[in-house]
Design a protein around this ligand. Structure first.
Ligand SMILES: *[C@@H]1O[C@H](CO)[C@@H](O)[C@H](O)[C@H]1NC(C)=O
Ligand SMILES: *[C@@H]1O[C@H](CO)[C@@H](O)[C@H](O)[C@H]1NC(C)=O
Ligand SMILES: *[C@@H]1O[C@H](CO)[C@@H](O)[C@H](O)[C@H]1NC(C)=O
Ligand SMILES: *[C@@H]1O[C@H](CO)[C@@H](O)[C@H](O)[C@H]1NC(C)=O
Ligand SMILES: *[C@@H]1O[C@H](CO)[C@@H](O)[C@H](O)[C@H]1NC(C)=O
Ligand SMILES: *[C@@H]1O[C@H](CO)[C@@H](O)[C@H](O)[C@H]1NC(C)=O
Ligand SMILES: *[C@@H]1O[C@H](CO)[C@@H](O)[C@H](O)[C@H]1NC(C)=O
Length: 371
């Protein structure tokens, strides 16, 4: 018994000694962790943000306490680009957080931020003007929030921005033409309440993905879009109030893999030149007023997997088109095919002339207005 008790005593002593030695050591090491001026500014920014948050159902910001911002959930630090010896906040990712609140001006203090991912939250208001100070911002994803007001023009001041995703918000009004002068790789504007026209300068853009769906762009099909041929891979203009014809030379977009202009009021034929888009995989022209025959060259495209042209007024389709893995030709005027429009409907439509140019789409663009 005696030996066991003394053994215990000895163990307790060792533990106490260990604690006495280690505790101050631990806290000291924490105390001396380098908190540089960049991280101090980030601390101010993130605390201000935390105060602007009204609900955080997943507790993502629960650990946003104390000066060690690099340890905060969703905050990522990296050596500063202009000083590899200093840590700085390089990314914030709170995707799918369902966080409610606003984005305060103090966020401009995160001046080394390269990535800001806030998709699927409930932020409202606009983007802070102070985002202008995020000169290194490369990816900005605020999609699927409740942001409102005019287009967040502050993004026009971000020279390195490559990826801009503001889809599924409540932005409204014009989209400034200068957006297309940014060296963007991907632009998602869909599912807002924008009403604008795609400017000619779109031909100067470096976009590989452009999604404008579920907004209102003026009736014209942007003709200069063909000038983006070197970069454009995905063009999604569905449900965007387009009423003109598809430009005859659209096939210049030879790198396109996805082309979707469904749910517009596009008239005229489907241009033969689409048969030159050798990389095309998904083609959707459904729910328009297209007419004429489907060009065989389109249905022979080697990678075409899914061709939807339902709800138009096409009157002929080559056999080849029915062999595509997925195709949909319902509600057209194609003889001998099931689920077509009535003969009366087809005759009534074909008796009306087609106006490719009903909105003056082929006319030269008006000179820029200076205010
Ligand atoms: C968040 O924290 C609160 C209070 O600490 C707790 O009641 C709640 O269950 C937590 N929610 C989640 C999703 O962890
Ligand atoms: C940061 O988090 C790590 C892991 O949770 C922890 O070991 C470390 O002590 C924390 N540092 C600070 C300064 O809070
Ligand atoms: C395209 O860029 C060139 C060179 O930067 C410029 O001269 C031209 O005006 C631009 N075109 C449009 C339509 O913006
Ligand atoms: C088209 O967009 C409008 C909003 O601009 C929306 O209300 C409507 O449901 C959309 N239609 C389709 C077919 O997606
Ligand atoms: C298509 O992409 C390739 C590289 O992926 C590029 O070399 C070419 O210039 C692009 N444009 C056209 C029109 O093929
Ligand atoms: C499209 O066709 C429908 C049905 O004929 C017609 O009501 C509508 O005005 C047409 N739209 C255009 C832009 O031609
Ligand atoms: C084919 O395209 C249509 C229209 O874009 C789409 O609804 C459908 O999901 C696509 N099917 C496949 C298998 O990709």
């Amino acid at each position: 018994m005696a030996t066991i008790t003394s053994l215990r005593k000895a163990l307790v002593c060792i533990l106490l000694l260990l604690l006495l030695f280690c505790l101050p050591f631990l806290s000291l090491s924490e105390y001396y962790l380098p908190i540089n001026p960049r991280l101090e500014k980030a601390y101010v920014a993130l605390q201000a943000w935390k105060h602007a948050i009204t609900a955080d159902p997943k507790n993502l910001t629960l650990d946003w306490c104390g000066p060690h911002v690099c340890n905060y959930t969703g905050v990522f630090c990296a050596p500063a680009p202009d000083d590899r010896h200093e840590l700085t906040v390089a990314a914030v990712d709170l995707n799918h957080g369902r966080i409610a609140g606003t984005l305060p001006e103090d966020l401009g203090l995160l001046s080394d931020l390269a990535l800001l991912h806030l998709n699927s939250n409930r932020f409202h208001g606009g983007l802070p003007e102070a985002f202008e100070r995020l000169q290194l911002l490369y990816e900005l994803d605020v999609s699927n929030n409740r942001l409102q007001g005019p287009f967040p023009a502050v993004v026009l001041h971000l020279p390195l921005l490559k990826y801009l995703d503001i889809r599924f918000n409540r932005f409204r009004g014009e989209v400034p033409r200068r957006v297309f002068d940014l060296r963007l790789d991907a632009l998602f504007l869909n599912d807002n309440q924008f009403a604008f026209s795609l400017p000619d300068s779109i031909g100067n853009s470096s976009l590989s993905v452009l999604v404008v769906a579920n907004n209102r762009i003026s009736g014209c099909f942007p003709r200069s879009i063909t000038d983006t041929a070197d970069t454009l891979n995905e063009l999604i203009l569905l449900n965007a109030s387009i009423t003109s014809c598809i430009p005859e030379d659209i096939g210049k977009l030879k790198n396109l893999t996805v082309f979707d202009v469904s749910f517009n009021n596009i008239v005229g034929p489907l241009p033969n030149s689409i048969g030159e888009m050798r990389k095309l995989e998904q083609l959707n022209v459904a729910h328009n007023n297209l007419s004429g025959d489907i060009p065989e060259s389109i249905c022979e495209l080697p990678r075409l997997k899914n061709f939807t042209y339902a709800y138009n007024y096409f009157c002929g389709e080559p056999e080849r088109c029915l062999k595509i893995r997925r195709s949909d030709d319902r509600e057209n005027c194609i003889p001998e095919r099931p689920h077509q429009r009535s003969e009366e409907e087809c005759i009534a439509f074909s008796s009306k002339p087609v106006h490719c140019d009903s909105n003056g789409c082929t006319a030269p663009p008006p000179p820029p207005v200076h205010h």
